[in-house]
Design a protein around this ligand. Structure first.
Ligand code: MLT
Length: 246
């Protein structure tokens, strides 16, 4: 069964230990995580709260970058915010990034009892789909939308649909068992796939970025399949690393 979970609070707790989960926060946490790793970061560790990041990063940790946002902005005492463009190779190469964001990293924490976890985005949709199809038979596949402040976010639904589009194209199996929310995500992506950036501007997450003068981030996050890299998460440490370079 392939399902799209519209908010972390709708995660089916009892099914999680058998499930492979893809966490999606298209604007911007999961897009930023994927970009950081594509730029050569050693890992991106996902944290619930900014305090936990500052506690985990000791002053001696020169190779650790404290990163994230609250209210779309970089926080005091942090090295980087949550704009993917900040994560260039010269800044993040071989660094361990400790990331805490309002919705995205917390969604990963909420799903940490899963059987396995990936970090998905439009930037790596095809690579994520390829990783998922290796184990579609082993249990449920859940595409988890982080949402924005407790509400379903259209950009996360579009991101889930992009991955499902590739799952169907890659497996050529029309008999895959999609739930209604999986079909909603698939159809939503299908209706906007030739104009992703304008579609990402529609929802509250996009509006928040525009209001914070961070509109360029929307265009960055809309670049479908920019990185041919699936990203998996170690469920003990919540460290994200490249799953496989294709
Ligand atoms: C989040 O995790 O809440 C988002 O990435 C928000 C943002 O990027 O500002």
């Amino acid at each position: 069964m392939i399902d799209v979970v519209l908010l972390p609070e709708f995660l089916p707790r009892e099914a999680l230990p058998q499930a492979q989960v893809v966490v999606l926060d298209i604007l911007r946490a999961t897009s930023t995580t994927v970009t950081a790793l594509a730029s050569g970061a050693a890992s991106v560790r996902l944290f619930d709260s900014p305090d936990e990041v500052l506690k985990a990063k000791t002053p001696a940790d020169k190779s650790v970058i404290a990163a994230g946002e609250r209210g779309c902005r970089k926080m005091p005492g942090f090295d980087l915010g949550n704009s993917p463009a900040e994560y260039s190779q010269d800044i993040v190469n071989e660094a361990a990034i400790y990331l805490s964001t309002t919705n995205g990293t917390r969604a990963a924490v909420a799903a940490r009892t899963a059987r396995r976890m990936f970090v998905g985005s439009l930037l790596n949709a095809s690579a994520t789909a390829e990783a998922l199809v290796t184990e579609l038979h082993r249990g449920p596949t859940l595409l988890l939308c982080a949402g924005t402040d407790g509400r379903t976010a259209i950009e996360d639904v579009i991101g889930a649909g992009a991955i499902l589009w590739q799952v169907l194209a890659g497996t050529m199996r029309p008999d895959l068992e999609f739930t209604d929310t999986a079909w909603i995500a698939y159809q939503t992506f299908a209706s906007v796939r030739s104009r992703l950036a304008p579609a990402l501007r529609l929802g509250q997450g996009g509006i928040n970025l525009i209001n914070a003068d961070l509109e360029a981030d929307i265009d960055f996050c809309a670049a479908l399949d920019r990185f041919p890299m699936a990203v998996s998460v170690n469920l003990n440490s919540l460290e994200a690393t490249p799953w496989r370079i294709m």
